[in-house]
Design a protein around this ligand. Structure first.
Ligand code: CP3
Length: 349
């Protein structure tokens, strides 16, 4: 039986498809490789991007949160810049900072450095996904990639950015170059997702983390065509496609329209309101504020109930998650308790 068939009846896949579930499935963005002491120990002395090229290490780090928290899905341990590194761009991930690009992409000549991604560029991904799906059995593995806009923001700025000023300068100043840049990135992202799906990933998430910096009109004009190209490219596999960004309350409808089956929502919009914005037929993922996990257990449970009640009112498939990634100093036990609480509460419902 293929990995896709083995996981089809799992609560996570069923929720993504708006099918009835025995309990609300839970996983956490950035569950792999953050606060866990067993992760920090494994990573000692190994740079982030190097760790992503070692299949045994990737497998172990991906499995750690599944064992510890009993989450309903694994997320493949990697980073959004891995495919860009794999096509030869000179970039690194600086601890506590994020991705840093040696020579930013800002001109038409620079575009030539963005060649296509071939499956052989990331053979370690194919190998690690194979090892993982064998270990995971009926638990789904989520593959992922960065969306063209968010990747472009790192490439154009040269690193993390608060205001994305150089990115917007290029977008508004040279719309043709911008379109071609995002189109190149869409091909790379799609190729990277295909590698993961063909190796056995049961679902994929496209992270457009920073696209909330745009208005709906600009999203539609400058971003949606390339993101839609990514979703179209993997539509034929039939695996659920999740689309996530931060601060995207005004973009939720368009992000669904771009081709997602599941729309990820941050903590700023309640899920019943998100369902109205996204429209019928799509499932939702989210949306507990990750900072809530620093409050006492009773408060965490009260805020979690609000999320579950809003999801019930939304009446769509619901994958419980945080509204953004696990914060690095989060107590791992608070995450384990949260998984248990969501399972217990929704099983009884
Ligand atoms: O979700 C998971 O558990 C899987 C692993 C994962 C990583 N990065 C590992 C990682 C995933 C899904 C990502 C995605 C990612 N990377 C995004 C989108 C998700 C989001 O949070 O919005 C973005 C924007 C990046 C770029 C990036 N890489 C950032 C902002 C950082 C953090 C920098 C820091 O140290 O605060 C990274 C580094 C990174 N990616 C780490 C890990 C485990 C930490 C690096 C280390 O341990 O040295």
């Amino acid at each position: 039986m293929s990995a896709h068939q083995q996981t089809a009846a799992s609560p996570f896949i069923r929720a993504c498809r708006n099918e009835p579930v025995p309990h609300t499935p839970v996983w956490f963005m950035r569950q792999a490789g953050r606060s866990l002491p067993e992760y920090l120990k494994l990573r000692e002395g190994i740079p982030m991007l190097e760790s992503c090229t070692r299949p045994e290490l990737v497998t172990e780090i991906t499995l750690q949160p599944v064992r510890r928290h009993r989450v309903d899905a694994a997320i493949y341990y990697s980073d959004i810049v891995v495919p860009l590194k794999a096509i030869g761009l000179d970039l690194d991930i600086k601890p506590g900072v994020g991705p840093v690009v040696a020579d930013p992409i800002r001109t038409r000549q620079d575009l030539a450095r963005l060649r296509d991604l071939e499956p052989t560029d990331v053979g370690y991904v194919t190998e690690a996904v194979g090892l993982l799906t064998a270990e995971l059995g009926a638990t789904p593995l989520i593959g992922f990639a960065g969306a063209p806009f968010t990747l472009a923001s790192y490439l154009v700025e040269g690193g993390p950015s608060r205001n994305h000023e150089r990115t917007k300068a290029l977008m508004y100043g040279d719309p043709e170059l911008w379109r071609d840049l995002l189109d190149r990135l869409a091909d790379i992202t799609a190729a990277f997702l295909k590698v993961q799906i063909e190796a056995g990933a049961s679902a994929v998430q496209v992270f457009d983390s920073w696209v909330g910096a745009l208005s709906p009109a600009d999203y539609r004009r400058f971003v949606m065509p390339s993101s839609a190209k990514v979703f179209d490219a993997v539509a034929g596999y039939g695996v659920p496609r999740i689309h996530f960004g931060v601060g995207t309350g005004e973009l939720l409808g368009l992000m669904g329209e771009a081709g997602a089956d599941v729309v990820g929502v941050d903590w700023r919009v309640p899920l019943d309101e998100a369902a109205r914005r996204v429209g019928p037929g799509k499932a939702l993922q989210g949306n507990l504020d990750p900072a809530v996990l620093f409050a006492p257990t009773a408060a965490v449970e009260a805020k979690t109930r609000e999320v579950l009640d809003a999801a019930a009112a939304a009446g769509t498939g619901h994958v419980f998650n945080l509204g953004h990634g696990v914060l690095p100093s989060t107590d791992p036990d608070a995450l384990s308790r949260l998984v248990e609480f969501v399972h217990r509460t929704t099983r009884a419902a």
